[in-house]
Design a protein around this ligand. Structure first.
Ligand SMILES: [Zn+2]
Length: 188
């Protein structure tokens, strides 16, 4: 069942692509939250490798008119799950990725400090792929095992930055994800 092992903050089975957009978590910070996002570049278009380029600060801002609106932004997530279910890791879990921005969860500000950010290649106007849920639930269980304080602390970007962010959006099926996590947990 266990498909992803986490060794020293690195997900075995994920493609490793380095993003320069990270820094240190504050000292003695336990990882205790998983934040789900969606991203597509250009919006609602899949494939093309632009997200990977964006997280590496290598996106050609002239390649699409939309890219002008995000020019110079330096962001990242720990993980990206492509439409195919392929997993890319950009930032080691021990480091602080730049995915949440101004945010708070259960009254604690700056979610980047203590969370793991997972981007799904997707948009607010299209359903996600079944294989993305499948991989996501497996990842969440692996993360839960490596970082027990994340247990039951799963949220969306829109929940920790309401009014500012809308992802993972109305098409993200929380019920399906939770059922999937529950089922896989029973199998272990
Ligand atoms: Zn987001």
């Amino acid at each position: 069942m266990e498909m992803f092992k986490i060794i020293q903050g690195a997900v075995q089975g994920a493609v490793q692509i380095h993003s320069p957009n990270f820094n240190q978590r504050p000292e003695d910070t336990d990882i205790r939250l998983v934040v789900i996002h969606n991203i597509s570049l250009p919006p609602s278009q899949f494939g093309g490798g632009y997200i990977q380029q964006f997280f590496q600060n290598q996106l050609d801002w002239n390649a699409h008119p939309y890219f002008k609106s995000i020019e110079g932004m330096q962001v990242s997530a720990h993980l990206l799950i492509l439409r195919s279910g392929e997993v890319i890791q950009f930032v080691n879990f021990n480091e602080r990725a730049w995915h949440a921005g101004r945010s708070s969860y259960l009254g604690q500000m700056e979610c980047n400090d203590y969370s793991i950010g997972i981007e799904l290649e997707g948009s607010d106007d299209q359903p996600f792929e079944q294989q993305q849920y499948d991989v996501l639930s497996q990842l969440i269980l692996s993360i839960e095992q490596a970082y027990p304080k994340t247990y039951q602390h799963l949220t969306g970007h829109s929940d920790i930055a309401p009014g500012r962010k809308t992802d993972p959006g109305p098409f993200f099926d929380w019920q399906l994800l939770r059922a999937d996590i529950y089922a896989k947990r029973q199998q272990k």
